[in-house]
Write a protein that binds this ligand. Structure first.
Ligand SMILES: [Zn+2]
Length: 247
């Protein structure tokens, strides 16, 4: 999946800049008075602390360089050729410039959760680097779910989703980015990734998960082999163990 190129249009917006101790918020001028965004800005340190607590990250190291946020108005959607449609449409992504977020038509609480998801990506990127999509999205959804929905509800969702979608050999397929993204929007691939992350944290511990993330990168074509070496099991066996875990 090729992410939309926000960089091309960044200079076409008038930015209202708010700088805090650890962050720089670039807010589209038309959103400068938005009270919801003001709250997202004020609560950033508290959200970072929640992420760091769950993933056992040291924020002092992560905060070396300021974290940049870009809050675009929905004008960016037409520039990018994205049809916003009728449903609430807000979207975020992490780029080299920082966290990009399009403030479109959505509920306030969804905005916070979407921004939070990208913040997890940003902190993970700085602490361990990105793993291939299954783990990378899995970690973001794991942290997001633990904070916004709670452990019980999250585990229940993982169990239900895993049971329904994990046919034989599927984990070895999902580990490849190309397959993962080809199923995006068709299968709940983010939840499946989160189910793997939840299993790894509960059974192997957070340090093993971090160790895997540090040893790999987003485009790692040998990721299957690396997982097997780090976890001391084959990926097919891992799938069976996770199935047992959620039974
Ligand atoms: Zn994500």
């Amino acid at each position: 999946m090729t992410p939309p190129d926000y960089d091309k249009y960044r200079a076409q917006f008038a930015w209202h800049v708010v700088e805090t101790e650890h962050c720089v918020f670039h807010v589209d001028a038309s959103l400068a008075e938005d009270v919801d965004i003001a709250e997202i800005i004020n609560d950033a340190p508290a959200r970072h602390a929640k992420i760091a607590a769950l993933l056992k990250f040291d924020l002092n190291g992560i905060y070396g360089e300021k974290i940049h946020y870009w809050f675009f108005s929905r004008k960016i959607l037409s520039l990018l050729g994205i049809d916003p449609g009728k449903k609430p449409f807000s979207t975020g992504q992490l780029t080299n410039a920082g966290i990009d977020y399009v403030v479109a038509n959505d509920r306030w609480n969804n905005h916070v959760q979407h921004v939070f998801h990208e913040e997890v990506h940003q902190l993970v990127m700085r602490e361990t680097g990105e793993a291939p999509a299954l783990l990378n999205e899995g970690i973001a959804v794991y942290v997001e779910s633990m904070v916004f929905h709670g452990k019980d509800e999250f585990r229940h969702l993982c169990a239900k989703t895993w049971k329904k979608h994990m046919k034989k050999d599927r984990l070895s397929q999902l580990i490849a980015n190309e397959f993962f993204w080809s199923k995006y929007g068709k299968w709940p691939v983010y939840t499946l990734g989160a189910a793997v992350v939840h299993y790894l944290i509960e059974t192997h511990g957070i340090d093993t998960l971090k160790d895997v993330c540090k040893a790999t990168d987003y485009d790692d074509t040998q990721f299957c082999r690396l997982m097997e070496a780090k976890l001391g099991t084959t990926v097919d066996d891992l799938q069976r163990k996770i199935t047992g875990f959620y039974r």
